[in-house]
Design a protein around this ligand. Structure first.
Ligand code: FAD
Length: 389
């Protein structure tokens, strides 16, 4: 087999071949089971649009997302500037389209179990207020929604230009590169999911793979593929670093049989012998923040990441917002696991995760695993077709 991507994943500790075989044989099957389980398939989210940055674009006028308050915020000024070149026609809200809206159907039984049982993981943010919605993720796959054009582009642009500018090679320190690569890897993954589940014909409601989109947005840019692998390994490292916590947590939804099954899959994921043998340290976070400006840099990156997370409220399509929020929370949870709790530096700080954070983390890892699998399996043949070989 001739491979396009070989050697070590940049800044990581495993090579592409190993990642692909581990993902196919071990991780992907386990993650697919996990995300379908009653514990992991419900995500709590505020789907209102509280975009703190742009009040001018008329995007959020529809029912579900009309609350666009602008808090007295710490956000950088450039975010607030009106976007150049937007015309009223560009600001078509996608909220009304069926493929862009979120199905809120709940399995009442599971839902009830959840609410009645006190959650030992959370200490603040699980208060149920009216603005929170529980979403069954299985009913709302991340896929094509039609959300595109200037409104979508400006979110990505704000993320990249304000928060994690693409590094000219060698100029930025490794820590800044990490943030850029995480976002780029997530972006690749979102694009892969759009391409592999695309509304090909609206009239007949025909869905399928869009090879052009797959190629144009991801495959023809090797750095985007590399960043996808990097993000996958980074999140995988977070999950395995939190292994003890994940293993001991309660996966209680009121259905004992299901919950034991969930727990067993969690154990298989976090203490996987094949993973430990082939890729024991998917990413080495101990190498970061070593320099003099380490703490300052960490604060700065934390702030940038919070801004990225706030930008998710500006996403003008409900389903995209759902997955945007989930995956950014998942990344934030990975960052928290790898960078806030450091066995050596902060002896007394224990890892504490909220239920929603764990759900986001595992669902994010699953999305990345799906994307890596799709790129590995379909990439070579799509490239052949597109490059006319
Ligand atoms: P975009 O994907 O918008 O990319 C914009 C620019 O970013 C590109 O021109 C390129 O310069 C750069 N870029 C692209 N990919 C990368 C990368 N991997 N790394 C670095 N730079 C890159 N649409 C859906 O149909 N379904 C969804 O679930 C969905 N979720 C979304 C979630 C969020 C948070 C956001 C912001 C958008 C979402 N969208 C979704 C919209 C989708 O991501 C695209 O913006 C849209 O499809 C238009 O694509 P595009 O070709 O203009 O390029």
């Amino acid at each position: 087999e001739s491979r396009k991507y070989t050697g070590m994943v940049e800044d990581c500790c495993c090579d592409y071949e190993t990642v692909d075989s581990l993902n196919n044989e071990v991780l992907h099957p386990i993650l697919q089971e996990l995300v379908a389980s009653p514990f992991f398939r419900y995500f709590k989210v505020k789907l209102w649009c509280d975009c703190p940055f742009w009040l001018d674009d008329g995007m959020c006028r529809l029912r579900d997302c009309s609350v666009c308050e602008c808090p007295d915020s710490e956000f950088p000024e450039p975010f607030k500037k009106p976007f150049q070149g937007l015309s009223a026609d560009d600001l078509i809200c996608q909220e009304g389209k069926p493929q862009a809206s979120v199905d809120r159907t709940l399995d009442r039984k599971v839902f009830r179990g959840w609410i009645e049982i006190d959650n030992p993981w959370t200490y603040d943010d699980e208060t149920d207020n009216e603005e929170m919605t529980y979403v069954n993720l299985q009913l709302n796959p991340e896929r094509y929604t039609g959300y595109a054009g200037p409104s979508a582009r400006r979110i990505w642009q704000a993320i990249y230009t304000e928060n994690c500018p693409k590094y000219p090679s060698g100029e930025f320190c490794q820590e800044k590169r990490v943030l850029y690569k995480l976002i780029s890897g997530l972006h690749s993954s979102i694009s892969v999911h759009i391409a592999s589940d695309y509304l090909l014909d609206e009239a007949s409601n025909m869905w399928g793979q869009n090879l052009d989109v797959f190629y144009e947005r991801v495959l023809r840019h090797p750095d985007r593929v590399r960043n996808l692998y990097f993000t996958f390994l980074f999140v995988l490292r977070a999950v395995t670093k939190a292994a003890d916590y994940m293993e001991q947590a309660e996966y209680n939804t009121g259905n004992l049989q299901e919950d034991l099954r969930t727990q067993s899959f969690v154990r298989q994921l976090v203490y996987n012998p094949k993973l430990q043998a082939a890729c024991p340290l998917p990413f080495d976070e101990a190498k970061l923040w070593q320099g003099e400006s380490g703490p300052e840099l960490k604060q700065q990156i934390k702030k940038q990441f919070r801004n990225i997370s706030a930008l998710m409220d500006c996403v003008g399509c409900e389903k995209c917002r759902l997955w945007g929020k989930l995956q950014v929370l998942g990344l934030g949870t990975a960052l928290k696991i790898l960078f806030s709790v450091n066995g050596q530096n902060l002896m007394n700080q224990h890892l504490q995760l909220q239920r929603n954070e764990v759900i986001a983390l595992v669902n994010l890892l699953n999305r990345l695993s799906e994307s890596v699998k799709l790129v590995h399996e379909m990439g070579p043949s799509i490239e052949k077709i597109m490059e006319g070989q």
